[in-house]
Each structure stands twice: as structure tokens, then as C-alpha cells.
Design a protein around this ligand. Sequence first.
Ligand SMILES: [Fe+2]
Length: 139
Amino acid sequence: MLIKWSDDLKIGVEQIDGEHQRIFEEFDKLYSLMRVGEGIDFYPMVMNFLEDYLIDHLKHEESLQRSVEYTDYDNHKQMHDFFREKVNAFKSKQYRKIQNKDLIQLNLFMQQWFVEHIIKEDMKLGEFIKKKEHESSTE
Ligand SMILES: [Fe+2]
């Protein structure tokens, strides 16, 4: 079962929300390819996108957090580090024999991680920024 992007996943920061949405679109693309049994042919392409785009995205988030002096930065970065390690582990599989089930596993892991991370962690960041903007506008 594929999780679709919805406005409920927005954290209220335009750039981050846009990137999250695009990541979901990629998951969706990968899922469609896998369903028709062609996922394997697109694996390097999708993997590169995920690796480059996702990792850039995490960097964007981290630099945003630094710029707003996010109090939960270290903790949040640790979660990103965990994700980066997973991506690297999957990437090293490229050199072995990859099967469609590996792609399904990869896709499910990334989706679940992302949804959970957005809901639990990125939302907190969104709230933090909102609060901070509110405080500075009422000073
Ligand atoms: Fe994050």
C-alpha cells in the first residue's frame, strides 16, 4: 500500500514542503515501475535521485535548522545520519544481484521512514519556526 502525499504532511515551510512532496512523487514513480515489473531497470536512476536529492534535502533541512537555531538540532541530525547510512547500505547493493523484492523493501523503508520522520520530527521544526516568527513579530 502506497502512502500518498497530502497537505496534512506540510510543515509550513514552503521549500521543505516542496522537497518532501517531490520525494513522495519519486516513491510513487518507483512503486509504479515495480508493479509492472520494471523497477529493476530503473533502479540506478531512482537510486541516484534518491541519493542525491534526498541527501541534499536533508542538508537543506539541517542548514535551515542552524539558521533558526533549532534547539533539537543534534537529535534531528542523528536521525538524518541514520537515514544516510541506510541509503549508503542500499547503494552498495547495486554491485550485487538486485531483485525486485530489494526495491520493494527499499521503497517501503524510505516511505515509512519519511512519513514517520515528517510527522514526528519535521512537524516539530515547523512549529518551532512558526513560534519563532510569531515571537519576533510581536516584539
Ligand atoms: Fe528532517
